[in-house]
Design a protein around this ligand. Structure first.
Ligand SMILES: *Cc1c(COP(=O)(O)O)cnc(C)c1O
Length: 389
């Protein structure tokens, strides 16, 4: 046997459908093509300076240098609870209902290890952020995909989940505002999810990475705002998008104490928490002036308006999203997502993400990330306008 024969777990990973576009991008870059990358969902705006300063100050304090507590410093957990109360009007016990994460991806990826046994089912939206499915596979579970369809405003149809599946399911992942569709959910939807979860004894994991990236005065709701939500679920928050801190690796989980405890039991045996200086910076972010969040929102909103108008003028079918920095756009008639994305790259140097890469129901769409300045975005629209579909 090969010394480095991969585990069955790795063998079960779904095919990575962005490989082709990645390869074409690398190849075009090496040829010196002027690429406009609208593929990656990574904020291009810098972290606000008061957060960077807080990190610098904490770095100079030797008390920052030792092992952190894996679940987070008391000051961090208190800042999270205070932020959650102020933003969503929900009380959180900072000691028992908060866990600091090395980015929310880490918490999402570890959560199934605490609650899924081999053969257990997880309910997973499709298209979606790939981590929900992969974390389920790593834990030995089976994914049941809930299609997110345009006719249902990209919300899962809970009535379409077969009774036998609902009975066997242990967890359900949801994510609103949504990546990749940029759809939003209201409290009525969250209420239906809570009811469903109570009825079928399912834990709900709400990925809330984009609740703070919203426009036109819209404030996305939090899952825990629904009566009874904390009995069945928890919410994953990220500072990556809210404060342009993707490289810092910090996020948090809030919600049901048994869920938080289980996640903590996995984490305490795998990692040793987030560097205390980064937690101090996060405290400054959560407790400080939130005008940078609004300012960044204005920047994304201006970009959204330019690109949505440009796409519509060219005949594309796209809705103007209330939240997230993504546009979920229909490919022109007769174009599969992958072929369309390839053509854009080869003929115009534009990188977009083919929708089917997020799951089969994403076929026929492509995703644009608004992570370039206005000038580059306008250039992208003008290049698109020169193509014939
Ligand atoms: C960006 C993103 C995350 C991950 O955020 P980190 O906190 O940086 O790990 C989680 N979920 C979704 C849907 C995202 O788009």
């Amino acid at each position: 046997m090969n010394i480095f024969e991969k585990s069955e777990r790795l063998g079960k990973l779904p095919p990575y459908l962005f490989k082709e576009i990645d390869r074409k991008k690398t190849e075009a870059l090496s040829r010196g093509v002027d690429i406009i990358d609208l593929g990656v969902g990574d904020p291009d705006l810098p972290t606000p300076s008061h957060i960077v300063e807080a990190m610098k100050n904490a770095l100079n304090d030797p008390a920052s240098h030792g092992y952190p507590l894996y679940s987070g410093m008391a000051s961090f957990k208190e800042a999270v609870a205070a932020w959650y109360r102020k933003r969503f009007g929900v009380d959180i016990d900072p000691e028992e209902e908060v866990c600091c994460l090395i980015g929310s991806k880490e918490g999402i990826a570890h959560y199934p290890l605490a609650f899924i046994n081999p053969g257990d089912i997880a309910l997973i939206p499709s298209p979606a952020y790939p981590v929900y499915n992969i974390a389920t596979i790593f834990a030995g579970g089976e994914s049941f995909f809930m299609p997110l369809l345009s006719k249902n405003r990209f919300l899962p149809d809970l009535d379409a989940i077969p009774e036998g599946i609902a009975e066997k399911a242990r967890i359900m992942f949801i994510n609103y505002p949504n990546n990749p569709t940029s759809a939003v959910a209201d409290l009525a939807f969250f209420s239906r999810v809570v009811e469903f979860a109570h009825k079928h004894r399912i834990a709900v994991c709400h990925d809330a990475a984009y609740t703070e990236m919203a426009f036109d005065g819209y404030q996305p709701p939090g899952f825990l705002q629904v009566q009874g939500a904390k009995d069945v679920g928890l919410e994953f928050h990220s500072l990556s998008k809210t404060y342009s801190m993707s490289g810092w690796r910090i996020g948090f989980a809030v919600g049901n104490r048994e869920a938080i405890q289980g996640l903590g039991a996995i984490k305490s045996n795998i990692d040793s928490g987030v560097f205390k200086a980064i937690q101090s910076a996060a405290v400054a972010a959560l407790k400080g002036d939130q005008s940078s969040v609004t300012d960044m929102g204005d920047v994304y909103c201006t970009r959204r308006d330019i690109v949505v108008k440009g796409l519509k003028d060219l005949g594309f079918e796209v809705e103007s999203p209330k939240a997230t920095f993504y546009l979920w756009v229909k490919t022109p008639e007769g174009y599969a997502s992958a072929r369309f994305a390839s053509r854009l790259l080869e003929e115009s140097g534009l990188v977009v993400t083919p929708g089917n890469g997020f799951g089969e129901p994403g076929e026929g769409f492509f995703r644009i990330a608004l992570t370039q300045g206005v000038e580059r975005l306008s250039e992208a629209i003008s290049r698109l306008g020169k193509m014939k579909f």
